[in-house]
Design a protein around this ligand. Structure first.
Ligand code: HEC
Length: 106
């Protein structure tokens, strides 16, 4: 299996014409509340067996989501996350990672 994980591959995947490499946190915010909120709670604070997903470095969240998307298992409930990560694009992962880094429950 060829692994293309890391900031460079993301930058390439987003296209060289796009000078803004950083994710769009407000787009990530919107997507999070549509797709992730139900399990991970408002601002990703975590709910019972669903882990807290906010406050982590961008690289951490990005690599987790890419790994889940590729079908990698971590904990006992990875199947849920693999299902959720499958349809995400690189750009959506970048936006979600940017949002979750500083997401706070207000
Ligand atoms: C159906 C419930 C559910 C939904 C919806 C869901 N998740 Fe998860 N998520 C989980 C569970 C359960 C885990 C822990 C999985 C495991 O055991 O490996 C997890 C783990 C994670 C992790 C890794 C946490 C860590 O530190 O290891 C991240 C990041 C994450 N989710 C982000 C998201 C994002 C972003 C979305 C929306 C696209 C999302 N999740 C939607 C249930 C869900």
């Amino acid at each position: 299996m060829i692994k293309l994980i890391g900031p460079m591959s993301i930058a390439l995947a987003l296209g060289c014409s796009n000078s803004v490499v950083a994710g769009d946190a407000s787009a990530g915010d919107q997507l999070f509340h549509e797709s992730c909120h139900a399990c991970h709670g408002p601002a990703g604070i975590g709910v019972s067996s669903y882990p807290k997903v906010s406050g982590n470095p961008i690289e951490y969240t990005r690599e987790k989501l890419i790994a889940y998307r590729a079908g990698q298992k971590f904990g006992p409930n990875s199947a849920l996350m693999i299902m959720m990560a499958k349809p995400l694009t690189d750009e959506e992962i970048e936006n979600l990672s940017a949002y979750l880094k500083d997401a706070k429950y207000k």
